[in-house]
Design a protein around this ligand. Sequence first.
Ligand code: HEC
Length: 150
Amino acid sequence: MPKLTILVSAAAAVLLLAGSVSADGLVKYKVADNAIQQSLTGKAGDAAEGEKTFTNRKLGNCLACHQVTALAREPFHGEIGPSLDGVAGRYSEAQLRMQVVNAKVINPDTIMPAFYRTDGLHRVLDNFKDKPMLTPEQVEDVVAYLKTLK
Ligand code: HEC
């Protein structure tokens, strides 16, 4: 095989492997009916890790706006958003994933931040510019945690 052909096939193979990642390095996801069916990582998340990300003030910081009875030990629960008790019974996993990835798809007027999107972010700290607030793994972990809130 001529060298160029080998090079081209190698490049094609790399592109094929990277098929689920877009040019900006973000994992691509498909939105249908205000939901994301596919896990961003191709795997189920870890609920215990998700609970940590959820409560961590520097990561999800979800308690800044939401209440969860099971997390009563945590000092402060905001009241801007609804209680998430029983949320697993109200939404499918795919809907919960959409809510965490980009709540604005569901409600353009929401003040809930988009946790996995970089374009069109407003008033973000410089640290977070052009960087999603959570990694795909952290999103899936949080989704797994939300599924435990029955
Ligand atoms: C700045 C406040 C804020 C933060 C931070 C926030 N949310 Fe929300 N969230 C809201 C509001 C407000 C709603 C109500 C729905 C709307 O605005 O469209 C909501 C709705 C939701 C819902 C749907 C609840 C229902 O019963 O309809 C889920 C699930 C949710 N948020 C999860 C999360 C998770 C997980 C995090 C952390 C990763 C988070 N939220 C962080 C404000 C916030």
